[in-house]
Write a protein that binds this ligand. Structure first.
Ligand code: CA
Length: 221
């Protein structure tokens, strides 16, 4: 899951980025509304965390422009002024949720998870065949056996589990699992997929991650 954070207060931005990265999200940060809006238009983010008071362009303008352009990525608005007017203006402009600063990271994380879940699945636990992943406890099991994954392997598996039976190209994988400064050397993706397969498939008869030659990978039975 790849998240864009648009926030000019560097301390808040780095605190949010660090916390989300610890939760295995790929995070890009922008410090002004103009650049942030541009990034949001050109990259396939799964969620945008958008401050309202920003240099160059306000968060509300960025939000309206994105919605006008038909970009419906979930947006969580942040503001220092937790007034009812701000909240109403934000929600009217198409924000999905709203959080007043200062906030605890755990509060932010709960909103982030809830917004990412609205994509469809009712249960927060992701399942495919005998493989399960619980985003809250971060526990991954196959046939009831616990599997320990590194942070990147976890993000990668999370992406596969949210798009079962779909061919995922290396570009799609790099865009959703890595930050934008990641140098998309497809080799790196292949190495991570190999590590992931060693953990979730190697010991099991039925393989779940398959190579689609010349294209990418697919999670299927
Ligand atoms: Ca601000």
């Amino acid at each position: 899951m790849r998240i864009l954070v648009v926030e000019d207060e560097k301390k808040v931005a780095s605190f949010v980025k660090m916390g989300l990265e610890e939760e295995s999200y790929a995070v890009d940060v922008s410090y002004d509304g103009e650049e942030g809006g541009g990034l949001a238009e050109t990259n396939p983010y799964d969620l945008i965390i958008l401050d309202i008071m920003l240099p160059k362009k306000s968060g509300l303008s960025v939000l309206r422009e994105l919605r006008d352009k038909g970009i419906n990525t979930p947006i969580l608005l942040l503001t220092a002024r937790g007034t009812v007017e701000d909240k109403v203006a934000g929600l009217n402009a198409g924000a999905d949720d709203y959080l007043a600063k200062p906030f605890m990271f755990s509060e932010l994380l709960a909103r982030v998870r809830s917004l990412l879940r609205r994509g469809g699945e009712k249960s927060p636990v992701l399942k495919f065949a005998d493989l399960t992943m619980d985003p809250v406890t971060r526990k991954v099991t196959r046939s009831g056996v616990d599997i320990m994954l590194t942070s990147k392997e976890y993000s990668l598996l999370d992406y596969f589990l949210r798009r079962p039976n779909q061919v995922l190209t290396r570009t799609m994988i790099s865009e959703h699992v890595w930050e934008s400064d990641f140098d998309a050397v497809t080799n790196v993706i292949d190495v991570y997929v190999k590590h992931l397969r060693n953990k979730i498939d190697k010991e099991f008869e039925k393989k779940l991650i398959h190579t689609v030659w010349g294209v990418g990978y697919i999670l299927k039975e």
